[in-house]
Design a protein around this ligand. Structure first.
Ligand code: KIV
Length: 263
């Protein structure tokens, strides 16, 4: 059975780490029987599942509900859950309460975005026995400050700042850091600077592992195809065909057929 401390082992042996988001019990049940190393209940669920236009709409209650569902579907996988927008900027006591809610819902670790202003809280959470994953680069909760979902860490100054922040997160006790949408060369440099593993999304091949949004890699919305997403399936057209066939069969009176009902 895999667990959060394995991240350090995998980093030391340079074994690549696979992580996927997941938000519901049905998908989690499938992931449970795959070799994926870790599940992320990302605040992307606000967009992917709830249809909002940003992750700002995610709440602790929303993430706790999805975490509990994922835990029921995937009883043995390590689960990291995102601390939603501003839930970790409400003072130590309230922030720790949010951590407790998410952990009791079934998480094994929490993830929070950015470095500045978060180090004391990260140390406090880690001291409390809860593993923390950092998140640098494109941090979607700060979309309004960043002016959109754009590549980050461009230019020498930005790159130096990002490397410095990654080290600060490591020193504060993070067990791993997600790097999102930064140039591949910078992601490689950050990874080489750290003893903890980096998990990349849109950062090229030289991070310690990769993470993708499960709906994206399964091709559930093929109109959404950023450069860094690979469609490992095109479930949108599979579902479309299945539903069309079902509707035709109902209209033609050939569903249900013999053997599909009780006499
Ligand atoms: O919420 C999320 O899905 C994430 C990943 C993109 C890393 O934070």
């Amino acid at each position: 059975m895999k667990a959060i401390p394995d991240f350090q082992k995998w980093r030391a042996s340079e074994r690549k780490i696979s992580m996927l988001t997941c938000y519901d019990a049905a998908t989690a049940r499938i992931l449970e029987n795959t070799s994926v190393d870790c599940i992320l209940v990302g605040d992307s669920c606000a967009m992917v599942v709830h249809g909002y236009d940003s992750t700002i709409h995610a709440t602790v209650e929303m993430l706790a509900t999805h975490t509990a569902a994922v835990r029921r579907g995937a009883p043995t996988k390590p689960i990291v859950v995102d601390m939603p927008f501003l839930s970790y900027r409400k003072g130590l006591e309230n922030s720790i309460q949010a951590v407790a809610t998410l952990m009791r819902a079934g998480a094994n670790a929490v993830k929070l975005e950015r470095c500045r202003g978060n180090l004391e809280l990260i140390e406090h959470i880690v001291d409390g026995g809860v593993p923390v994953m950092g998140h640098l680069g494109l941090t979607p909760q700060a979309v309004n400050e960043l002016g959109g979902y754009k590549l980050q860490g461009r230019g020498e100054h930005e790159a130096e700042r990002l490397i410095a922040e990654a080290k600060e997160l490591e020193d504060a006790g993070c067990f791993s850091i997600v790097l999102e949408c930064i140039p591949a060369g910078l992601a490689k440099a950050v990874t080489e600077e750290l003893a903890i593993p980096t998990i990349g999304i849109g950062c090229g091949p030289d991070t310690s592992g990769q993470v993708l949004v499960v709906n994206d890699m399964l091709g559930l919305d093929t109109s959404f195809k950023p450069k860094f997403v690979r469609h490992y399936a095109r479930l949108e057209s599979v579902v479309d065909k299945a539903v069309s066939s079902y509707c035709e069969d109902v209209v033609d009176g050939v569903f249900p057929a013999e053997g599909e009902f009780w006499d």
